[in-house]
Design a protein around this ligand. Sequence first.
Ligand code: ADP
Ligand code: MG
Length: 260
Amino acid sequence: MSMGGPHSEPIVRAVDVCKSFGAFQALEGITVDIPAGEVLCVIGPSGSGKSTFLRCINQLETVTAGALWVGGELVGYRRVGNKLYALSESEIARQRRKTGMVFQRLNLFPHMTALENVTEGPLRVQRRARDQVIAEAQALLARVGLAHKSDAFPIELSGGQQQRVAIARALAMRPQLMLFDEPTSALDPELVGEVLSVMRDLAASGMTMVVVTHELGFARDVSSRVIFMDQGRIVETGSPGQILLQPRHPRTREFISAVR
Ligand code: ADP
Ligand code: MG
């Protein structure tokens, strides 16, 4: 497939992506391009395949049909002539590092301070120079409003603070793309805003983001495009205004009015 010039190449290209678990099809024919700088929100009912789609992008799952490119590279395979060869584990690990992911569940390393959580990947995986990694991690913690918590352990932080450290930790790997899978769903309502505000700043900085969320206000204010998924398919794609205010498909309409 032609990928166009360097400036037109999307950060993510999914072409007819399918994922099945045994006989069950979790994703069916997902086709979407995500250009650099886009903030794409993915909404849809529980079980519609939102997490599976993110997990395919991040190679936590392997696609069963169709093709996926991240950062211009075919995910999971190398093409030699007209044959595809599965990538080795180390090559897959290298590809996965293009993507940072923040999960619904709080998943910081519990035995490490906030700062150590942020420096762990760059030091151990990327083997970057220690002084520089620490300085960058402190700057990232400041960016998420947690400069004063760098020596705190996760258990000493609120859920919102833990998610903000998780965002800093993902950014420390200098990803091309950030994936968020319902990052505020496990939080007490009063802590949601501080995490969304960090995500807003990240979006304004030009980061390419795919955000699975039920926060329709965030989708409306921050996203460039919204995808509604149901039963493993993309039912409707449009601007936030169109999807949230004038959904065309009855299933989208039903979902929006139920969430709101
Ligand atoms: P969502 O994030 O939209 O709630 P998921 O992507 O988690 O949905 O799941 C989509 C469907 O795929 C669900 O029916 C779920 O049960 C199924 N599924 C997800 N992961 C697995 C798995 N590892 N094995 C079997 N079924 C799975
Ligand atoms: Mg999910």
